[in-house]
Design a protein around this ligand. Sequence first.
Ligand code: PRP
Length: 211
Amino acid sequence: MEYITFALAKGRLAMQTLEFLERIGITCEEMKDKESRKLIFTNEELKLKFFLAKASDVPTYVEYGAADIGVVGKDTILEEDRNIYEVMDLGVGKCRMCVAGPASARPLLESGEIIRVATKYPRIAKDYFQNKKHRTVEIIKLNGSIELAPIVGLAEVIVDIVETGTTLRENGLEVLEEILPLSARMVVNQVSMKMERERIGSIIERLRTKL
Ligand code: PRP
């Protein structure tokens, strides 16, 4: 029997996924050791492998078949735009993709002016402004601490994830527009879905009943 391989987004989501998998009898004790720097783990009995990857790389591993199954946020799935099947909403890691900025940027969003939008998600931001709002904006790609951009004058607004809203509030910013709700999803390689339909299908079905 071949291994079924899971690519999990490193961090809290990976640990939550392990909890879900435990509910259907899939365990990987070794992976729970927070001190460990190990990246790949095996459950020989069930012929399963698990590896921890950077979230934005999970769709890539799954598209190329280096992992059969991945668990990652909807934000990353949309931004990476890989050829993979999204099979299940795990209902955890719930947050929203939003346009945010200082209250003073509100009229700018309504005007026809070209505004600068800082974001870690250029594809999502471009799609939103171009296809939903039908307007041209300048997208500035950043890699983190996006909230800084409007404060230091790099951009008028940002497109970013808002979970509790604390980061925005503590930096004098607010949600200006909501783009879409987000949560963690299970994704599957397109070939694996056919070749391992029974085993992968059974994992999905059993998980569905436990969510
Ligand atoms: C994310 C996001 C916001 C923050 C939102 O950042 O980019 O900055 O969390 O959470 P809140 O609404 O609960 O305050 P993350 O911590 O992932 O780091 P980053 O700045 O590197 O993107």
